[in-house]
Structure formats: C-alpha cells, structure tokens
Design a protein around this ligand. Structure first.
Ligand SMILES: [Zn+2]
Length: 105
C-alpha cells in the first residue's frame, strides 16, 4: 500500500467524495484505511450503567484504500503517485503531475 499513517488523503469515491482527512490507521492485510473525519458510521448505543447516556455515536469506519488518493501539497489535489528509489536506496513517493516528493510523516 502506498498510503501510510498521517498522510493527507482525498476521497475519490462514495458519499464522502471530495473530503480530505488525515490517515489515522492503515490495515495493510485488508487494504483498509481509517481516515479522520471521513466515512462516519452511526452506532446506536444503550446506556449500560446508570447515569450513562445512550444514543447515537458517530465514529469513523475503515474504508478501502482504493477510494482515496494522496494529496500533493503543491498541486493541492489528490494525485497519483509513483515510487522513486533515491540514491541512498530508500523509496520515496513522487507526484506524477508535478514531480513533488510526498514525504511520509
Ligand atoms: Zn503534485
């Protein structure tokens, strides 16, 4: 997966199309991402303890990594990236539009 934790991504499909958020968690085995502020689900809860509040909790749900694109800060939009191998053999992600390196944070 080319997307890592703390990346800023833009949603390109589904109800949250166009939204941006920070990647909170990646699930490489299932190709899923948890993105801040995106793909909310409503969870109905019952008050378990006396005095506790029941109701509807909004919570982010993991979404498929293929529904988001990395945001290039230079282009200010979701872009495709390619992997570039640097002289020190480390790999870097590069925006295919402008060539800007997108650092992992
Ligand atoms: Zn770019």
């Amino acid at each position: 997966m080319r997307i890592a934790k703390n990346d800023i991504v833009e949603v390109i499909a589904g109800n949250d199309r166009g939204k941006r958020g920070k990647v909170l968690k990646v699930f490489p085995e299932t190709n899923l991402l948890l993105v801040e502020g995106v793909n909310f689900i409503h969870r109905h809860t019952r008050p378990r303890k006396q005095g506790a509040q029941g109701g509807i909790i909004e919570k982010e749900a993991p979404m498929n990594a293929s529904n988001v694109m990395l945001v290039c800060t230079k282009c200010n939009r979701g872009v495709r990236v390619r992997t570039k191998v640097l002289t020190d053999k480390s790999k870097s992600r590069v925006c295919t539009k402008c060539g800007e390196m997108i650092e992992r944070k």
